[in-house]
Design a protein around this ligand. Structure first.
Ligand SMILES: CC(C)(COP(=O)(O)OP(=O)(O)OC[C@H]1O[C@@H](n2cnc3c(N)ncnc32)[C@H](O)[C@@H]1OP(=O)(O)O)[C@@H](O)C(=O)NCCC(=O)NCCS
Length: 143
């Protein structure tokens, strides 16, 4: 299976149950799983492969990428890029063209992905993470 040809995307919204594979991937990628999406959140999935979790503020035309992860067995095959681009298009279509995120400054794979998808670095939060690492802030506008 490859990311070429476009992913089969599923969108979960507030109140939808979290699939078990998402909870597993969340724990594998981030060490701790999250709950089912809250009312203001949206979760896009490529089933069994990848997820991206967003906090949405439709009234402001904004969304924040909270987490994105690809199954470790499928890294580096274009799934992350494919999912992020699909989310960007969907959020623009839902009138949320103004996107934000923060990422550990050491996370070279994620930073490369964001840059490849048109995100620009716009700031730094010093000592943002519990272990003292800085967070780089990125933003993106448009579809
Ligand atoms: C970040 C992540 C989602 C990328 O997913 P992926 O499917 O492996 O990425 P892709 O194959 O779509 O590659 C997208 C871009 O990132 C680059 N990239 C991917 N892995 C990389 C790595 N290990 N080092 C450097 N660049 C990398 C690719 O070269 C590509 O850039 P290009 O199009 O300019 O060549 C994945 O590494 C992951 O799940 N990491 C763990 C969770 C995480 O840290 N999430 C981000 C913080 S929320």
């Amino acid at each position: 299976m490859s990311a070429e040809g476009g992913p089969c995307l599923v969108r979960l919204a507030g109140g939808d149950p979290l699939p078990a594979w998402v909870a597993r991937l969340d724990r594998t990628a981030f060490g701790a799983g999250w709950k089912a999406p809250a009312a203001h959140e949206a979760l896009w999935l490529i089933p069994e492969l990848a997820f991206a979790r967003w906090a949405c503020v439709p009234a402001a035309g904004e969304a924040e990428l909270l987490r994105i992860a690809v199954d470790p067995a499928h890294l580096g095959q274009g799934w992350g890029r494919s999912l992020l681009e699909a989310c960007q298009e969907a959020l623009a279509a839902e009138r949320m063209p103004s996107l934000f995120l923060e990422v550990r400054v050491s996370n070279a794979a994620a930073i490369r992905l964001y840059q490849a998808c048109g995100w620009k670095r716009c700031g730094l939060r010093s000592g943002y993470y519990p272990d003292g690492e800085d967070a780089a802030l990125f933003q993106r506008s448009g579809s």
